[in-house]
Design a protein around this ligand. Structure first.
Ligand SMILES: [Mn+2]
Length: 319
């Protein structure tokens, strides 16, 4: 890994026009990781652009330094592209292969689509891989970069709740605080700027919660009508499935959301169930504990019954 970090940094030093890119529908890790290098490369007198194919970008991340610099126009001049948190080339949302690509990620499923691939599945976030890259090359991390790296870590670990959290993660976090991050500021920006429309949507969605398989499976629905009545936006549905999984008895939570093409399912498991198998069955994908797919069917009951059959096979029921 150390050699890769050295090799990648050499390439960065020898490039002038650098594009930082993350996956479509970006999360905190994707945008945090890509924005973290912006001030550092600027300081090195590089021509840097931060690109993301998605529009609009998630509003809750608008406090990240240089968020406003993110463009959805692919820059013409480019000799190096660095991708962050993206498991496969098609998720970058671009057509043409860049002249040279450094692929920085922590997904075990990464397809190694870069010219240099720095993939660390043990890292809690892609930002932790970026942090190790910077540390290995003795690069000074200033406050603006640290805020991005730290935010990426907080969002990708569910605020330090997941299995990926270990001693190294807290050492990384502590170092970011040393670099000027105020954890209470990041927490307020991420979790204390809710929209009323989102809460109204939650109220409607929570009304539809249905438990089955001895309470081990929970379903929740979001219809287009609910979205319209409450004025909620797509982003407002993001955390619903996680909050349903928090029910004590639940092993697998499933959000069903009505879309133009059918019903989008988002699956989350708590301890042992591999929900990626089910997502793959319906043409989707993801991780063992978080996966999704879009089913070409508009009948909520029908989709639930299909999923119940699939889930029965992976849920441990007492009798
Ligand atoms: Mn990530």
């Amino acid at each position: 890994m150390k050699e890769l970090f050295k090799k990648a940094w050499e390439k960065i030093k020898n490039s002038d026009n650098i594009v930082l890119i993350a996956h479509i529908n970006p999360d905190g890790d994707a945008l945090g990781s890509s924005l973290s290098l912006y001030p550092i490369l600027k300081k090195m007198k590089k021509d840097v652009k931060v690109f993301n194919a998605s529009k609009p970008l998630p509003q809750y991340l608008d406090f990240l330094p240089n968020f406003e610099k993110i463009t959805n126009q692919i820059p013409k001049k480019m000799d190096l592209m660095i991708s962050f948190d993206c498991g496969s080339f098609d998720r970058l949302g671009i057509e043409e292969k860049p002249p040279f690509l450094i692929n920085i990620d922590h997904h075990i499923s990464n397809t190694n689509y870069g010219d240099i691939n720095i993939i660390d599945p043990k890292a809690a976030s892609s930002s932790q891989v970026v942090y190790n890259l910077l540390k290995t090359n003795d690069v000074k991390i200033e406050k603006d970069s640290a805020i991005c790296l730290y935010t990426a870590l907080v969002t990708d670990t569910g605020s330090f709740q997941y299995e990926s959290v270990n001693e190294k993660v807290f050492e990384f976090a502590a170092d970011m605080v040393r670099c000027g991050v105020k954890p209470d500021f990041v927490a307020k920006m991420l979790f204390q700027r809710d929209r009323l429309s989102r809460l109204r949507l939650l109220a409607k969605a929570y009304d539809t919660i249905e438990l089955c398989c001895e309470g081990k499976v929970a379903f929740v629905e979001v219809t287009k009508e609910m979205m319209e009545i409450t004025g909620a936006i797509k982003e407002d549905t993001d955390t619903i499935v996680n909050s349903i999984r928090a029910i004590a008895s639940v092993e697998v939570a499933c959000l069903l959301r009505e879309e133009d093409k059918g019903i989008k399912i988002s699956l989350r498991s708590k301890n042992y169930a591999d929900v990626s198998e089910i997502a793959v069955k319906y043409g989707g994908g993801g991780h063992i504990k978080a996966a999704g797919a879009t089913i070409n069917e508009f009948d909520f009951e029908k989709v639930k019954n299909m999923l119940k059959e699939d889930l029965k096979k992976i849920i441990k029921v007492e009798k």
